[in-house]
Design a protein around this ligand. Structure first.
Ligand SMILES: C[S@@+](CC[C@H](N)C(=O)[O-])C[C@H]1O[C@@H](n2cnc3c(N)ncnc32)[C@H](O)[C@@H]1O
Length: 263
């Protein structure tokens, strides 16, 4: 997972010139199938990483229970679990039906939507279910690296911008780019695990990322890297502004962006 993703075992750099990243054909198929079928790989360390992020956004954006959050690629709902402590309710969406069922079980009062990797289908499902609802924050945490390419990523951002209320923001966190370093991220994770008394969990996690179905998929499917130059161009094309925000995730070498609509 992204926290997995957090550990970026990317060995192949496959950049084109400019800001677009080309990914091998296997990539999407591999990651999509992996995520749709995933049941067990979210573990303690991933929960720790998402909880860390949740704490950071509560602080940095002064979140209170009146704020509305849409967690796109919500996984099994760790963000919703943590924000519930502040009385903040989260609407979530994911391509993994099992995760969505988990979220619905744990948060029966909230809305969790099973979506498709096809952005057109997702748009009509979200339009149907959300029925005009808009949010203060749309969150994409540790999911950008699983899109097929930057075009698909942009289509999703364009779609999600329409669910932001006036003044609303899109937080894209844990983005992999040229500056991402496996070693720095592993160290950041290690330090956080030590601080939280989760050393054994850290080693179990390392075993998972190096010798699980995730690792097997990663041998054939690269993670999508998104450069800042692409974010800049995308924002221009979609009448959005962006800023980079440090410290939102445990991974010190990942990049976080906050997008908002241009007025
Ligand atoms: C690493 S997990 C992160 C989960 C959650 N955001 C968190 O940080 O706790 C990546 C999630 O993205 C979802 N995902 C992958 N590709 C997606 C796509 N194209 N559209 C929506 N969700 C996707 C996966 O099913 C998975 O739940």
């Amino acid at each position: 997972m992204s926290k997995v993703c957090s550990i970026n075992f990317e060995l192949n750099k496959n950049w084109t010139t400019g800001s677009q990243m080309v990914v091998s054909k296997n990539a999407t198929q591999g990651w999509t199938q992996f995520w749709k079928g995933e049941r067990t790989s979210f573990d303690e360390v991933m929960k720790l990483a998402t909880t860390y992020f949740a704490g950071q956004i509560v602080k940095q954006f002064s979140l209170t229970s009146s704020r509305t959050i849409f967690d796109y690629g919500c996984g099994p709902g760790f963000l919703a679990d943590h924000l519930a402590q502040y009385g903040i309710s989260v609407v979530g969406a994911d391509i993994n039906e099992y995760f969505i069922d988990e979220c619905r079980k744990n948060h029966p009062q909230s809305l969790f939507i099973h979506i498709s990797t096809d952005v057109f289908e997702t748009r009509s499902e979200l339009d149907r279910v959300l029925a005009g609802r808009q949010f203060d924050f749309v969150v994409l945490l540790s999911i950008a690296q699983y899109f097929k390419d930057t075009n698909e990523f942009e289509r999703v951002i364009n779609l999600l911008a329409s669910y932001c209320c006036p003044g609303g923001r899109i937080i894209i966190a844990d983005v992999i780019d040229d500056n991402t370093s496996t070693y720095r991220d592993a160290l950041g994770l290690f330090n956080q695990c030590v601080r939280n008394g989760k050393l054994i969990a850290f080693f179990k996690f390392m075993l998972f990322v190096t010798s699980s179905s995730y690792a097997r998929v990663h041998k054939h499917a690269e993670l999508l890297k998104i450069r800042e130059s692409f974010i800049q161009e995308m924002c221009l094309r979609n009448s959005l502004r962006y800023e980079k925000v440090d410290g939102l995730t445990i991974h010190p070498s990942r990049t976080n962006y906050v997008l908002s609509k241009r007025s």
